[in-house]
Design a protein around this ligand. Structure first.
Ligand code: NAD
Length: 247
């Protein structure tokens, strides 16, 4: 018996990293999974891992920054599964540069995927969730959305914006049984952080009280908690999973 038995979870950016770990964790706790990614073929590994847990996995190709594509994917998911109970807005990118060198394109691209992508997701599932009077939406923000970071004006603005969406959507939908929370991960060991230089990695350790990078599973465990009824009295919250960086 899992706490998510009979539930269906949509996870964006599901093909690797944190998104993949979230899919596996939710499946281990009983949920069927709809994995959304801009890279359809790359979803195969996640599909295999979820099916190995005995749960169903539907792969869907969608660019989260396009509302029509997101809504189309949710429509397809809804015809496969009786309800959408959980949405994890996880897809995200970086296009780092110092302010004076950052192009408008790099600003806009990050805002389109990381911020508008979350708006699109919340919009795509909220009507049905309010109608069924239950649902849990989890938005993946970042420690950088709380603290800022040189070279990441676009990314930190997008991730701070995600907290605004989370709190406003939580207030709008609380009475209809829909909870909306955010997670602010610190530095998690994925392809996104593989790109850090040895020097940057060393400097980072001085700012992480727990003195190691996090694992995707550290974030996935918190997603599971927020997705399940274990957190039924929580909405509009931001949980840091960052080794103590933002205490
Ligand atoms: P990752 O780069 O390993 O994976 C991102 C996934 O999103 C990929 O599967 C990619 O194909 C998908 N994706 C990218 N653009 C998309 C789009 N337009 N539409 C649909 N899918 C798209 O990243 P990760 O490290 O696993 O990060 C996942 C989330 O966690 C991101 O929102 C990221 O900002 C956030 N985060 C990561 C860290 C970290 O240290 N890794 C820290 C804080 C927050």
């Amino acid at each position: 018996m899992g706490l998510l038995d009979g539930k269906c979870a949509v996870v964006t950016g599901a093909s690797r990293g944190i998104g993949q770990a979230v899919c596996v964790s939710l499946a281990q706790n009983g949920a069927d999974i709809v994995g959304l990614d801009i890279d359809f073929e790359a979803l195969e590994g996640t599909k295999e891992a979820v099916e190995a847990e005995g749960k169903r996995f539907l792969s869907l190709k969608a660019d989260v920054s396009c509302l029509e594509e997101f809504q189309g994917a949710i429509k397809e998911a809804s015809s496969e599964f009786s309800s959408i109970d959980i949405l994890v807005n996880n897809a995200g990118i970086t296009r780092d540069n110092l302010l004076i060198r950052m192009s408008s394109e790099d600003w806009q691209k990050v805002i389109d995927i990381n911020l508008t992508g979350v708006f699109n997701g919340v919009k795509a599932v909220s009507r049905a969730m309010m109608k069924q009077r239950s649902g849990s939406i989890i938005n993946i923000s970042s420690v950088v959305g709380l603290l800022g970071n040189p070279g990441q004006i676009n990314y930190s603005a997008s991730k701070a914006g995600v907290l605004g969406i989370t709190k406003s959507a939580a207030r709008e939908m609380a009475k209809r049984g829909v909870r909306v929370n955010a997670i602010a991960p610190g530095y998690i060991s994925t392809r996104m952080t593989d790109e850090l230089s040895e020097g940057a990695r060393k400097a980072l350790m001085d700012n992480i009280p727990i003195a190691r990078l996090g694992e995707p599973e550290d974030v996935a465990n918190t997603v599971f908690f927020l997705a399940s009824d274990l957190s039924s009295y929580m909405t509009g919250q931001v949980l840091s999973v960052d080794g103590g960086m933002a205490m």
